[in-house]
Design a protein around this ligand. Structure first.
Ligand code: LMR
Length: 400
């Protein structure tokens, strides 16, 4: 018997599989509403102008590609810390936060999860139902226990705030709660600022630790506005983890720019916590790839590029909102009882289509409109060119 012959194959990731199916499909009308990637009005994932300019600057001016350190690019860490916490946040001034570059949102969550396995090995990680499937995959992979809390009713198109709190009453002191900082992936349903306040008080009282996953800062209401949960929770709670991604808001998906930030009760505790994270980083990949982070750092410290980037984020957000409105308008015309109104007020790229599983399969198999099997669609995949095809196809399900 060989050592490696005992395994059986595991299935593809449910999100990445959609891209494979989409690429293999020959239907000229095919539409990709799968993986969370922004597309412009032509259905194209273009490089932002601010990013191109920063890349050109680096080509012309970067002098060395010598090693940095496990914490990555220090200018990036400083710049994204300010993006997350704002200027002069008390935890920054008190030396209670350490922000370390990591490869994308996923790499950041992974470092946070590995850190929890060392610091709180008995903690249960509470994960929203529904969520981004990788939250479970990562917690399982590092060997942490997980449980889910109700968050959104897919069938009714309804956010379940009270049910969320109800379920979290079962969490014990020291348990960790993964929350989506803005633009909940997969429902697009976010807490209001008032609900965030209530959640923070609830967690402080029960000594729960928030693990904020923020991958879409700027896609809900604006770069500053979308940092509300991070800034407020860091004031109200002594300890938290924040995994941030710059894949979406800088449209640099493949460059893997992200960061893990830890907030600790004291500056001294924070140094110790950061030292563990740096040890974890060193043992996995030693140091994160620099290019994406160097681009983000350059844009954020250059006034005119920063302004341009804000504008580009506003444009991306505006286009997705426009598609949400257009989708609901067309569905209301084509199938008045289809009931998709809730989609207008949701945030970011994703929403669920409240359809039956077999209707979703029909859209995928018969119309080549690709989405997750649970009905999660990437609204940024809609364009003026494909919206009639998509809404006609969905409307036909209501006529049958
Ligand atoms: C998604 O949810 O589609 C994105 O976050 C991409 C990914 O890595 O899954």
């Amino acid at each position: 018997k060989m050592i490696f012959d005992g395994l059986s194959a595991v299935g593809d990731d449910p999100i990445l599989r959609i891209s494979i199916l989409y690429k293999a499909d020959n239907n000229p009308n095919k539409v990709d509403l799968g993986v969370g990637v922004y597309k412009d009005a032509d259905g194209y994932t273009a490089i932002l102008k601010s990013v191109k300019e920063a890349e050109q600057f680096l080509v012309n001016n970067q002098q060395s590609k010598g090693y940095l350190s496990p914490a990555g690019n220090p200018e990036f860490n400083k710049a994204v810390e300010e993006l997350l916490f704002g200027k002069d946040h008390p935890v920054v001034k008190q030396g209670r936060v350490a922000t370390m570059q990591a490869p994308g949102g996923t790499g950041s969550i992974r470092i946070g999860a590995d850190f929890l396995k060392i610091s709180h090995p008995d903690a249960t990680v509470w994960i929203s139902n529904p969520t981004w499937p990788n939250h479970f995959a990562i917690t399982d992979m590092v060997g942490l226990k997980s449980k889910s809390y109700r968050y959104y009713d897919i069938k009714e198109g309804q956010f379940l705030f009270l049910e969320m709190l109800e379920d979290l009453k079962a969490a014990k002191e020291g348990d960790v709660v993964i929350v989506h900082g803005c633009c909940h992936n997969a429902s697009g349903a976010d807490l209001s600022n008032d609900q965030w306040d209530q959640l923070a008080d609830f967690m402080a009282e029960r000594k729960l630790v928030p693990f904020i996953d923020i991958a879409y800062q700027g896609f809900a209401n604006g770069v500053e506005e979308d940092a509300y949960a991070v800034r407020m929770m860091a004031e109200k709670l002594p300890e938290l983890l924040i995994a941030s991604s710059y894949s979406k808001n800088f449209a640099m998906y493949r460059d893997r720019a992200g960061a893990i930030a830890v907030v600790s009760p004291t500056a001294q505790a924070n140094e110790i916590n950061a030292s563990h994270m740096l040890k974890i980083i060193r043992s996995i990949y030693s140091m994160p790839p620099d290019h994406g982070a160097a681009v983000v750092a350059h844009i954020l410290k250059d006034d005119s590029l920063r302004k341009q980037w804000y504008q580009e984020v506003d444009d991306m957000r505006g286009r997705v909102k426009k598609m949400r409105l257009l989708f609901v308008k067309k569905m209301t015309e084509k199938a008045p009882n289809s009931g998709f109104d809730y989609i207008v007020d949701q945030n970011g790229m994703f929403s669920f289509l409240t359809l039956l599983p077999e209707q979703i399969q029909t859209l995928i198999n018969d119309y080549s409109i690709f989405m997750m099997a649970n009905g999660r669609v990437n609204m940024a995949g809609l364009t003026e060119n494909n919206i009639d095809y998509v809404t006609d196809s969905i409307a036909s399900l209501f006529k049958a």
